[in-house]
Design a binder for this molecule. Structure first.
Ligand SMILES: [Zn+2]
Length: 210
């Protein structure tokens, strides 16, 4: 049995979505400055690194991250590894990808996962993502949690449709995974977003056991 940490590190060097606030850590209290303890202050977007999107992110419906169901966020999970020549996860791609019947949690490893090893602060616009018809396929096939290995489930130039289809159907969106070291197969997923009251998303620690 192995534990795979599929969470990316969060630091001031983390890439962030264009125009999102950068990650900033500073010491609110510093022992080097004579303080009794070290206390780090954090400033960042709720959509930094490995994180979940709550419905409120795109639907403005006040279904926020603290109410997301742990029953969906944890449990049996399938990891698919798509070949490097796949640029978009469309309904057609999904139709010809073997996905076990009864799968409800699905993580897509793509060429995106290798971007994390570059340790680059630069946001990569040319990432593999799920198209609107891919999202419709996932909903129609009973998927309740979908995970991707870059900072958005949707193509960079067309964020709305994919997110809207998934979030309206109550599908949990898990973004910013590193699946570069995870063989395709079956695992147990533990995805635990911070319980940020009223927030449209939250960073999460995500691991696979299998
Ligand atoms: Zn997000």
């Amino acid at each position: 049995m192995s534990i795979y940490d599929i969470t990316v590190p969060i630091s001031p060097a983390s890439p962030v979505w264009p125009d999102d606030p950068p990650v900033e850590f500073s010491l609110a209290e510093s022992m080097d400055q004579g303080g009794q303890v070290n206390v780090t202050r954090i400033s960042m977007s709720a959509h930094t690194g490995t994180h979940v999107d709550a419905p409120h992110h795109f639907l403005n419906d006040h279904r926020t991250v603290e109410a997301m169901s742990l029953e969906v966020l944890t449990g049996p999970c399938t990891v698919i590894q798509l070949p490097d020549d796949i640029d978009e996860i469309t309904a057609e791609v999904l139709e010809r990808t073997p996905i076990a019947a009864g799968t409800t949690r699905l993580l897509f490893g793509t060429r995106n996962s290798r971007l994390w090893a570059k340790n680059s602060q630069e946001f990569e616009r040319d990432f593999v993502a799920v198209t609107e018809d891919g999202a419709q396929w996932l909903v129609a096939n009973g998927i309740r949690l979908v995970g991707v290995d870059y900072l958005s489930v949707a193509p960079f130039e067309d964020s709305g449709p994919t997110h809207t289809v998934l979030l309206q159907a109550g599908v949990v969106i898990l973004e910013g995974l590193d699946l570069s070291k995870v063989p395709r197969g079956f695992y147990d997923l533990y995805c635990l977003p911070l319980k940020l009251v009223g927030a449209d998303g939250a960073p999460a620690r995500a691991i696979l056991i299998g």
